[in-house]
Design a protein around this ligand. Structure first.
Ligand code: M6R
Length: 618
């Protein structure tokens, strides 16, 4: 959700705190873009702030008009509104006395706390839940004279989820932060230190990072970093070096991050496959911290995830059940948590998440652990919360995904679930070693095939531009093509704000066909005719059924599939590959289509309206 940056620099005041914070906010803007703000402290004890509703550019313009003084420390915030409309007044930072606070998350007991403050004569001026934290912190500081101690006190009083950062005019060389169920990482510099919602906040200054644990308070000064728990007892973070640099977080000549990330997909898949075999060619998943004994005993897998990550889980179901003969359920994390799922010590719960911070998915992991299940995280972001809390982790190596709508992370997630399925099949003996090796060879050929799909994307782009005014698009798929259809529809909704629905092609006659009227565009993801033949024939029949009712059929089929031609208004061919691996190819034209159509409509494909990259509130 919101993006948070903190910085303390050398003893002398200059423009660097402002520059670092604005640069960090630029890189974190994908987390929320309803408003942005900054608070700075100067050595003479001046606290200066600026904040503006709307995108970061509005804040930059405001600072150009009303320049901020030189400073030694600063905090900055880019907001995804939860409590209170995205106005200047509700924008962060919130000031109480000589102190300023920024916040990511939701303070669930803010009504009680606000009433308590009101009874003591403190009036809140915004509609946010955050402002109570600012007032509480100011009062705790006035009582103790110690900003870190004040933060621990306040952190213990807040319920819900939060990352808080604070600066105080009395401490021009200090930023204090606290986290509970919300992300915060430390960047270690030379004579300067950083805080950020994720490492992108400070990647242009340092790749040295410190991962904070749950319920910790951190104090940064130019000289160092001190971490404690919420009671002030010393605690330690985990130091690591970020394995990507600024170039990975730039557009690199593409018009948008979305376009760049779509084109990064061959690398995302290749990198996720790297280093997964031993000298004998056997699949090894070193990161898995689950014993072979536990994995052999697993009798059910439940994939929990949200949005695009959940569709990766749906693809995984087809592959893992086929290769391992273990039942796989896929459930939206927020639904899983609030029903009474039947999981036990023999259940493997696999949480799939790009950010590793999605609150619904994190809560599902906790719930599964409480029921005694073994939990495995498939996550892209190092240092995030879900892999730390899960029993095991399998990292995808998609690199930073900046565009709000997910593309390369999706392909990397699917790839990681294939690796998991093959590993389990190898371990449990449901596939021969040479079969596993054969699948790995096929998987390693996929990046080149994805590149071929990208190289052929001109026609998809052309059609997308023609269709910029279309009010509705349907997507059909069967078997592994079904989650691809769902993802194609989600991409179009997110990016182009067009009504789009994905259906299982077999479901068509049970209702959705009523939506088909003359001219209705329908994408159909066709399975390979070399796979289970009946499946291909059935989807070809579905195409005929909708065409007979006037649909405009946009078909995704594999090279050599001539059977679809007579019934397709357009065919987008993708290279041949094994049936279960096809989603890595068939989803690509749908991503390109959504991106191009949204661009043709003049929309911001990197930051679609109302969305945030990382959904850290329930
Ligand atoms: O970070 P996660 O993978 O856990 O995020 C899950 C969803 O919020 C995410 O995939 C969302 O659906 C994206 N907007 C998809 O483009």
């Amino acid at each position: 959700m919101c993006g948070i940056v903190g910085y303390v620099g050398q003893g002398h005041a200059d423009g660097r705190p402002r520059e670092v914070v604005l640069e960090g906010l630029r890189r974190l803007e994908y987390r929320g873009y309803d408003s942005a703000g900054i608070a700075q402290v100067s050595p003479d004890g001046t606290l200066s702030t600026a904040k503006k509703a709307g995108k970061l550019a509005n804040l930059v313009e405001e600072i150009d008009l009303h320049p901020l003084p030189d400073a030694t420390a600063a905090i900055g915030h880019t907001r995804w509104a939860t409590h209170g409309a995205p106005t200047d007044r509700n924008a962060h930072p919130h000031v109480a006395g000589r102190l300023a606070v920024i916040h990511n998350g939701i303070v669930e007991n803010f009504v009680t706390l606000k009433a308590e403050l009101a009874a003591q004569g403190v009036e809140c001026t915004s509609e946010t839940d955050t402002e109570v934290a600012a007032h509480l912190l100011a009062r705790a500081y006035d009582a103790t004279g110690d900003l870190t101690a004040a933060m621990t006190q306040v952190a213990r009083r807040l319920e819900g989820t939060f990352t808080l950062l604070a600066v105080h005019a009395d401490h021009p060389r200090t930023v204090v932060g606290a986290r509970h169920d919300s992300p915060l990482v430390v960047g270690i510099g030379e004579g300067e230190n950083f805080l950020g919602s994720d490492v992108a906040a400070f990647i242009s200054a340092t790749r040295e990072a410190l991962e904070l644990g749950q319920d910790q308070v951190v104090t940064i000064t130019p000289e160092g970093v001190v971490v404690t728990d919420f009671h002030g007892a010393p605690a330690e973070g985990r130091r690591y070096t970020v394995d990507w640099d600024t170039a990975a977080a730039e557009k690199g000549g593409f018009a948008s991050f979305m376009d760049k990330e779509i084109h990064d997909q061959p690398h995302a898949v290749a990198d996720t496959l790297l280093g997964r075999t031993d000298v004998r060619g056997r699949l090894v998943l070193d990161e898995l911290r689950i014993t072979e004994e536990v994995l052999r005993a697993v009798d059910k897998i439940v994939v929990v995830a949200c949005g695009t990550a959940a569709y990766a889980g749906h693809v995984a179901k087809y592959a893992i059940e086929h290769w391992c003969r273990i039942p796989v359920e896929v459930e939206l994390a927020h639904e899983f948590r609030y029903r009474d799922p039947v999981v036990n010590a023999r259940t493997l719960v696999v949480a799939v998440s790009q950010s590793g911070e999605t609150m619904d998915t994190l809560m599902a992991v906790r719930h599964a652990k409480e029921q005694g299940a073994t939990t495995l995280a498939i996550v892209n972001t190092h240092g995030s919360t879900i892999p730390r809390e899960a029993d095991a982790v399998l990292y995808t190596h998609a690199g930073p995904e900046i565009a709000v709508a997910s593309t390369k992370a999706f392909l990397a997630q699917i790839t990681a679930t294939y690796l998991l399925g093959l590993y389990l099949a190898q371990l449990r003996g449901t596939m021969f070693s040479d079969e596993v090796e054969g699948k790995l060879v096929e998987l390693r050929a996929m990046p080149e095939r994805i590149q071929t799909v990208l190289d052929r994307s001109d026609r998809v782009r052309e059609i997308a531009r023609w269709m910029a005014d279309t009010p509705s698009v349907l997507f059909l798929g069967r078997h592994v093509g079904f989650p691809v259809a769902l993802e194609g529809a989600l991409k179009l909704k997110e990016l182009a704000y067009i009504h789009a629905e994905g259906f299982a092609a077999g479901e068509l006659k049970h209702g959705p066909i009523a939506l088909v009227e003359p001219g209705q565009p329908v994408f159909v993801v066709v399975p390979s005719p070399r796979g289970r033949h009946s499946l291909h024939a059935k989807v070809v029949s579905n195409i005929q059924e909708i065409r007979a009712r006037g649909a405009r059929t946009l078909v995704i089929a594999e090279d050599g599939d001539e059977a679809v031609r007579p019934f397709a208004d357009e065919v987008f061919y993708v290279p041949q590959c094994p049936t279960l691996l096809a989603p890595l190819l068939t989803v690509v034209p749908l991503q390109v289509f959504a991106c191009e159509l949204a661009t043709a409509k003049g929309l911001d494909v990197d930051q679609p309206r109302n969305l945030a990259k990382s959904v850290t509130v329930e």
